[in-house]
Design a protein around this ligand. Sequence first.
Ligand SMILES: Cc1cc2nc3c(=O)[nH]c(=O)nc-3n(C[C@H](O)[C@H](O)[C@H](O)COP(=O)(O)OP(=O)(O)OC[C@H]3O[C@@H](n4cnc5c(N)ncnc54)[C@H](O)[C@@H]3O)c2cc1C
Length: 200
Amino acid sequence: MPDVSSPTTSSNPSTAPLPPGMILGPDGKPCKICTAFRHWKPPKDSSKSRKQTQSASVGATSAVMSALAFGQNVAQTPVEVDTRPDNCPPDVEVLGRATWTFLHTTAAYYPEKPTPTQRANMLMLLKSLPVLYPCSHCASHLGENMKTSPPDVSSRYGLSRWLCLQHNEVNERLGKKKFDCAIEKLDERWKDGPSDGSCD
Ligand SMILES: Cc1cc2nc3c(=O)[nH]c(=O)nc-3n(C[C@H](O)[C@H](O)[C@H](O)COP(=O)(O)OP(=O)(O)OC[C@H]3O[C@@H](n4cnc5c(N)ncnc54)[C@H](O)[C@@H]3O)c2cc1C
């Protein structure tokens, strides 16, 4: 399956290289939900663009990663910030953030000793992702990983850690920093908030 790191794929029906970051779906056509919005639209003339450019911002991290991946000079690469209205359909990044938020939070509140029914339901939820997740290449990678590393639904700790490792696999593939999978760090991020009270 294609990935952002290899924008041209053998399933590309034309011989022309795809724009960087553009992902093809299983039908060989550009896949909107597999592609970050900033890669979907052709670059605009910056003087006419309604996008803001920033040298650094929270939302800019992945654009910088992309610039690095495609050998661009980060210092000179204007970073596009997605300023679309909140009610626009998700791209691969918005969908990813929402899905990870749901999964990690659900794991953080999963029982220490789940009943057989709770385990079975969690397993069903996770096993449905490679089948139903709309970003096809994301789903395909997850499905492959789940063959060698089946979901650990035995406890809150096991599930939280398993999800963290899966997320780190994606982080690594996208050139992002790995998260510390210690349960204290996961609980701080997804359940308790930092001890300085800044999220209370
Ligand atoms: C199952 C799945 C597969 C995906 N596969 C791909 C893919 O193949 N290609 C692609 O381009 N995108 C993929 N994505 C989307 C990608 O993972 C990101 O969600 C997206 O790039 C937005 O990244 P982000 O930097 O905003 O933060 P995200 O990676 O979405 O992370 C959100 C927050 O989670 C926390 N976090 C980060 N890592 C961990 C961790 N290991 N454990 C716990 N918490 C953590 C951080 O606080 C972070 O801010 C996938 C998403 C999912 C759910």
